[in-house]
Design a binder for this molecule. Structure first.
Ligand code: MIG
Length: 752
């Protein structure tokens, strides 16, 4: 296999909003998307279609550039791209000329066969974070990765690849930051100085173009805002999906589903969601019900609704070959399934037996798939769990000549799951007619946040998996994802009661709080662990429900800015080396004000790194100064959680589900601090899209340390808050401060 180098630029022209640079072998095009986002695409074979599954924005029409003798210089308000023309290299600088990221001067971009690689200069202090659901440490320097969506059942904490592809990373060096999104769906590779003698990092793919978006915004928050501007942001999730979710493979009958739901209510353990895993179906045929075990789906769901539960059902992509199955017949008649090049339908075995696989790359197929959900929505299902969409088949590796329309498996594998989730989202959103569907997917590609929540697949019931899961959540948060779950308790194996308790306490602070376990594993409901532990788990779930006003506002922030709810400390404390220390790298901020330190189940004390500022242990209000490691106790009843000085955390009293009206009291907790702070409180009906037309209740709550005052800003939006009374709860103050409210008729109560 020959090495083909990019070579020298022969011509540089400006055409239709792009700088077009031609070499003997290839062509490079450069577009400006915003002052901080520049796209470079290098190709031997430009496709004029220029489509992307991830990117939803268009480039600007114009930008400033000039042709100097040896280079072309493109400038925006924030960035300078210097293109060396002999040989062709792309080097990015801040507007005032500091290097952000440069091609490796020797190698730049080149090809080996169809494989295209970009070699980049590695800075001595450069760190790398991102790539989403990837094994390893927060700082990925010295590691290498592959993106190839895989059903990674039985994965360990070092397995790569896993289920999802997010070819987006953030580089940090010299006090600067940049993001790089490699929008290429082929199997791709990232090497963050793992194998290159500290000289360079590199990334590339088995095919397609060297097509990347360089984000030169300073600060990780700004990079995430840019990345999610480019690839889209999530919508407000249904409020019920933020409550406690009880899943298992499988609750085998309607009776069992109802019994579990009833037990939550009898025991006054809050919960919102029950799941049906694959066994609700008739012979694992998608969009059917097993009429023996689930004789009356609507009756069951009505009973669940009467208990304030919602139901989520699983769907897999594989459509069973069965002449009496309408989805099969229709799919065959209309040519909706993947084929071999000779036109034969591709067949593989999964749960239903021999199956065909819908071509979700085709819009007509997505429409068809989406409309088929009526079989689930008619009886009342509102949540749709997309599994096995890597796609998975027994034996895993689908032949590379399998065709989806005019594309072959190697090009589409990494987006297949995303396109299934897209079809599911669009279809169910339409059928639910104004209600928000909840979509959960296992496989994903960049941009998935527009359609679906994700979970991290088949983990195991061990302490190390619990900590690993948190790292995955933290890292997925750097890819535009916010609604992220892990199987609480561990999917494979049986947790000790202590691990189950600990994992539930972390679950309260996991964006999606779902308990799940594999077939054959011990039962996992909160009451399976003895009375003492049941009471602790109950308290953890209650804590989740108390926090919901804060959590919901946190998701509003994700919708507005792309900032995740669970945030690696690297986002806000980027220059603090300790946050990358492997002893503290699992710690995260949950929303603006709370720091959570995950800890194994067998420890009763743990070292926690508190970044700059003052911190208060949640619950005890014990105060700590930051910028130091503190040793704290961590009995199973008390996960180490700290409120930042000045934190504003709106909470409510316990309810049994998100559907319950509650007592109408919003408890605004405030922890004393020396710095001003502000929190955007957000509320809407939690189920409809009316918020997009102004039906929300939003106000800024701020803290003025000089005046020792909490200030409630004017309310925006037409929604009437479900809280009629606001209580301010003061922490760390000698006596209560004052409350100011702008144009408010709402009653306030000061508690101390
Ligand atoms: O081959 O539907 O990751 O959550 O319970 C296993 C059964 C298929 C894998 C999912 C898991 C789910 C299970 N599925």
């Amino acid at each position: 296999m020959q090495l083909e180098i990019l070579g020298n630029a022969n011509t540089v022209t400006y055409q239709n909003g792009a700088l077009v640079i031609k070499t003997a072998q290839a062509e490079a095009r450069v577009w400006v998307y915003s002052p901080t986002i520049i796209r470079v695409c290098i190709s031997k074979n430009f496709s004029e279609a220029d489509s992307s599954f991830a990117v939803i924005e268009k480039p600007l029409d114009d930008f400033t550039w000039r042709h100097l003798s040896e280079q072309v210089e493109l400038t925006t308000a924030a960035l300078k791209l210097i293109v060396n023309i002999n040989p062709l290299r792309f080097n990015f600088y801040t507007a005032d000329g500091k290097p952000l990221s440069e091609d490796d001067a020797r190698f730049g971009t080149n090809w080996q066969g169809e494989r295209v690689i970009n070699y980049r200069k590695l800075y001595p202090d450069e760190k790398f974070i991102g790539l989403g659901e990837k094994a390893g440490d927060l700082n990925r320097r010295g590691c290498n990765y592959v993106n190839w969506n895989t059903d990674a059942s039985l994965h360990t904490i070092t397995t790569d690849p896993l289920y999802k592809t997010f070819p987006f990373f953030i580089g940090l060096h010299s006090g600067l930051s940049y993001g790089l999104f490699f929008d290429n769906t082929h199997k791709s590779y990232f090497d963050f100085g793992a194998t290159t003698d500290e000289q360079m990092s590199w990334f590339g793919a088995d095919g397609g173009d060297m097509n990347y978006y360089f984000i030169g915004a300073q600060g990780i928050r700004n990079i995430l805002a840019d990345y999610t501007w480019l690839t889209g942001r999530m919508e407000m999730p249904p409020l019920w999906s933020l409550g406690y979710q009880q899943c298992r493979w499988s609750y085998m009958s309607a009776g069992e589903v109802l019994d579990v739901a009833r037990t939550f209510r009898e025991k006054h353990i809050p919960a919102d969601v029950m799941y049906c895993d694959i066994d609700y179906m008739d012979g694992y045929k998608i969009f059917t019900w097993n009429r023996e075990t689930f004789p009356d789906p609507k009756g069951m769901i009505d009973e669940l609704k009467a208990m304030d539960f919602r139901l989520v059902t699983i769907v897999d992509p594989g459509i069973k070959i069965d002449e009496n199955y309408s989805e099969y017949k229709e799919g065959v008649d209309k040519h909706y399934f993947a084929t071999y090049p000779n036109g034969e339908l591709y067949t593989a075995s999964v749960w239903p037996g021999r199956c065909h696989f819908p071509d979700f790359l085709n819009e007509e197929v997505r429409e068809w798939w989406g409309a088929s959900f009526k079989a689930l929505t008619d009886p009342g299902v509102e949540g749709f769990w997309n599994d096995m969409n890597e796609p998975a088949a027994w034996g895993q590796n689908m032949p590379w000549l399998v065709k989806f329309g005019d594309k072959f498996m190697p090009e589409i594998r990494n987006v297949y799951g995303m396109q299934m989730a897209r079809a599911t989202y669009n279809g169910t959103k339409r059928i639910l007619n104004g209600k928000r569907p909840f979509i959960l997917t296992r496989a994903a590609y960049a941009g998935i946040q527009r359609y679906s929540a994700v979970w991290t697949g088949d983990n195991a019931a061990t302490d190390e998996h619990m900590l690993f899961g948190q790292r995955l959540v933290n890292s997925l948060g750097l890819t535009g994802m916010s609604l992220i779950g892990v199987d609480i308790g561990g999917f494979m194996g049986n947790p000790t009661p202590e691990l189950m308790v600990r994992w539930n306490s972390l679950g309260s602070y996991t964006p999606m709080y779902r308990n799940h376990a594999a077939l054959g594993m011990s039962m996992r409901e909160p009451w399976q662990w003895g009375d003492e532990y049941e009471q602790i788990i109950k308290k953890d779930i209650e804590q989740r429900y108390k926090l919901l006003p804060y959590i919901y506002s946190g998701f509003y922030q994700s919708v507005q800015t792309g900032l995740p709810l669970s945030r690696t400390l690297a986002i806000d404390y980027t220059q603090d080396e300790n946050v990358f220390d492997i002893n503290y790298q699992n710690q995260f901020l949950f929303g603006d004000g709370l720091l959570v330190a995950p800890v194994i189940s067998t420890a009763d004390g743990v070292d926690v790194y508190l970044p700059a500022g003052d911190w208060y242990r949640l619950g005890s209000d014990e105060k700590y100064s930051g910028s130091q490691v503190v040793k704290v106790s961590c009995p199973l009843t008390d996960l180490p959680v700290f409120a930042k000085a000045g934190a504003i955390v709106p909470m409510q009293n316990v309810v049994q589900s998100t559907n319950e009206a509650g007592d109408g009291i919003l408890l605004v907790h405030i922890w004393n601090g020396t710095e001003a702070n502000a929190f955007v409180y957000y509320e809407d009906d939690g189920t409809s899209y009316d918020y997009q037309n102004g039906a929300f209740y939003k106000r800024e709550i701020s803290f003025d340390p000089q005046k020792r005052a909490v200030i409630f800003g004017e309310v925006e939006g037409s929604f009437v808050s479900k809280y009629s009374i606001i209580k301010v709860v003061w922490h760390g103050f000698e006596n209560a401060g004052t409350i100011e409210a702008e144009n408010s008729t709402q009653p306030f109560i000061i508690t101390y």
